[in-house]
Ligand binder design. Sequence first.
Ligand SMILES: Nc1nc2c(c(=O)[nH]1)N[C@H]1C(S)=C(S)[C@@H](COP(=O)(O)O)O[C@H]1N2
Ligand SMILES: [Mo]
Length: 412
Amino acid sequence: MKRRGFIRNSLLSAAALAVGRTNSAEAASGVLQIPEWTKRLGSGVGTEAYGKPSIFERNVIRRFLPLIQPTREASISFCPLQDLHGTITPNGLFFERHHAGTPKIDPDVHLLVIHGMVDKPLKFTANDLMRFPSISRIHFVECAGNGALEQHGASHNALQFTHGMLSCAQWTGVPLRLLLEEAGVRNGAKWLLSEGADAVALARSFPLDKAMDDAMIAYAQNGEQLRPEQGYPLRLILPGWEGVANVKWLRRLEVGDRPWQTREETSTYTDLLPSGKARQFTFIQEAKSVITSPCPERPMPGKGYFSIEGLAWSGEGKIKRVDVSFDGGRNWQQARIKGPVLDKALTRFQIDWQWNGQQALLQSRVTDETRYVQPSYKQLRKVRGTDSVYHNNAIQTWLVHPSGEVENVQIG
Ligand SMILES: Nc1nc2c(c(=O)[nH]1)N[C@H]1C(S)=C(S)[C@@H](COP(=O)(O)O)O[C@H]1N2
Ligand SMILES: [Mo]
């Protein structure tokens, strides 16, 4: 009831004039002018062989950090989460993380080989894999380094840079379990090595259990073949696991009985703890959430009713609830979940806000189906110390100024 009241007072009178009666030209006169584009024919159909967004959306783009400009060897581009709706990332805006550039791979030449502790080594082209029964699943990919720059205090005043190494797509491919059953995994096998065909031959070890659970070899992303940046023609998807485990341009899966201790699981992607020991094989991206509107790039448009929106996700499974605080974590209110709620996928939440124009500290906190609760920075640092780079899933605070501007801050 309360919410309907806000909307009626602040929005409906204007909306009724602009929308409700536009079928009557008379009622609309004075509001609706006849613009140029109504006076002449539009351009024909098919003028764009591959469609692009409206030119008015030309600022909705991936961005690079000023301090980490792309080189031919390595690059990180960030997804414009502040401009997106729903939970699927358009393919052209999916964040990118490359350790050796984007290889241009001929799908008819590229092979995926499965070998090691198997009865029958196998090789496939992408076309071979398309003969198998496929599955399509919506999953996020988040770099373990998402939020790394925030580990020592608020550093970037932009959602795109604090959280943009995160995207979500519907992946289509073949369950890895099917291929391993075909190859026949030998007794004693416990681990797999996945290797990419890029110039670093990026390689990572992962347990056989994950391979037999929900791992997939993807060849498509949101209905079209994978983009080159996302691993065309074949990519490993380990749902809910740190980005680097999702090896792109996949060319080799070796079955073995122990991890390989590659560079990307020893000198990088390990978390140094206060004890001086490092956590290793921290695969799961634990539950995390963030308010995407308002945010630094999307300031408050003024006092009055505003529907706060955000994203929540968990590498452990489905999210269960999201709470929002307006006062820096002292009081919490449960947000509405905007379904569908999918396993290891981005999920949206909303909460009504009647902003009185005063300073506020907005936070969101997700709880997942395992009852894990997203930690505050204080809680995270208590466990991890201050030398960790990866796996920052702490609660984000946005300071809303009376001017409507929104600032990235860390409190407590
Ligand atoms: N072969 C290969 N696979 C790779 C990488 C790479 O550089 N080479 N980068 C990894 C890292 S660190 C991340 S975060 C994800 C990024 O996936 P995306 O570029 O599709 O967003 O891919 C992973 N897979
Ligand atoms: Mo990553």
